[in-house]
Design a protein around this ligand. Structure first.
Ligand code: AMP
Length: 214
C-alpha cells in the first residue's frame, strides 16, 4: 500500500507509521527523521534545515521535495511506503502527485490521525525520543520499560529540542496554517481516511488499521 499520514505534530504519526511498516512490510519514510539524521551528521542539508526546525518552522519546500523524490526512487518502495510528515504544504502535495504520476503510482490512502490541540500540547511535553535509534515514547502513555532508557538500544532518551513548550506552540500554528489545508486537498481527491487518536497507542493502531481496511 502507498499511504500518506497526516496529523498535527505529536498526533502519533511516527508511532503509527512504525506499526504500519511492520504490519505491511513496507518502508516508513519520515522527512523529520531524515532531517535529524542530517543534522546529526552535520551535512550541508542538516546545517540548512536546523535553523528552521529549532524554531518550529517548516524547512523550505525546495530543500524537502528532492529528498523525498530520491527516497521514493529506492527499490524498497516498489511494494509500497508510508510517508510520515510529508507532504506538509499544498505545493509539496502537488509535487508528490507529479512524482507519483511520473512513476505511474497511485496513492491508496491519506490517513489523518485526528487529535485536539489541547491533547497535542500534553502529549508533546511528555514525549521522549531516543537520539540513537529514533524510537519514540511518552512518560505517561507509552513509557520506556526502564525509566529514562530506550527499550530498543538502551540509550538514554531525551526530549527533542523542538518539543520544548514554546516551540510546540509554533509548530502547532505552522500546522494549522500550512498543513491543515491538505485535509480538504485529499478529501477532494477522494483519498482521505480519518482515525481519531486515542491516549493508548494500541487503541489508535487498531483504529488506524480499521480505517485503512487492513
Ligand atoms: P517531524 O519529526 O515530522 O515532526 O518533523 C520535525 C521538523 O522537521 C518539522 O517541525 C519541520 O521543521 C521539519 N520537517 C519535517 N518534514 C517536513 C516537511 N515535509 N516540510 C517542511 N519541513 C519539514
Amino acid at each position: 500500500m502507498k499511504i500518506v499520514l497526516l496529523g498535527a505534530p505529536g498526533a502519533g504519526k511516527g508511532t503509527q507509521a512504525k506499526a504500519l511498516s511492520e504490519k505491511l512490510s513496507i518502508p516508513h519514510i519520515s522527512t523529520g527523521d531524515i532531517f535529524r539524521a542530517n543534522i546529526k551528521g552535520n551535512t550541508p542539508l542538516g546545517i540548512k534545515a536546523k535553523g528552521y526546525i529549532d524554531k518550529g518552522e517548516l524547512v523550505p519546500d525546495e530543500l524537502t521535495v528532492e529528498i523525498v523524490k530520491d527516497r521514493l526512487a529506492n527499490p524498497d518502495c516498489e511494494k509500497g511506503f508510508i510517508l510520515d510528515g510529508f507532504p506538509r504544504t499544498i505545493p509539496q502535495a502537488e509535487y508528490l502527485d507529479k512524482v507519483l504520476n511520473n512513476m505511474k503510482i497511485d496513492l491508496d490512502a491519506t490517513l489523518l490521525i485526528n487529535v485536539d490541540d489541547k491533547d497535542i500540547i500534553e502529549r508533546m511535553s511528555g514525549r521522549r525520543t531516543c537520539p540513537n535509534c529514533g524510537a519514540s515514547y511518552h512518560v505517561v502513555f507509552n513509557p520506556t520499560k526502564v525509566e529514562g532508557v530506550c527499550d530498543v538500544c538502551s540509550t538514554p532518551v531525551i526530549q527533542r529540542p523542538d518539543d520544548a513548550a514554546e516551540t510546540v506552540l509554533n509548530r502547532l500554528e505552522t500546522y494549522h496554517k500550512q498543513t491543515q489545508p491538505l485535509i480538504s486537498y485529499y478529501e477532494k481527491a477522494g483519498k482521505l481516511k480519518v482515525a481519531q487518536g486515542a491516549d493508548e497507542v494500541d487503541e489508535t493502531t487498531a483504529r488506524v488499521f480499521k480505517a485503512l481496511g487492513i
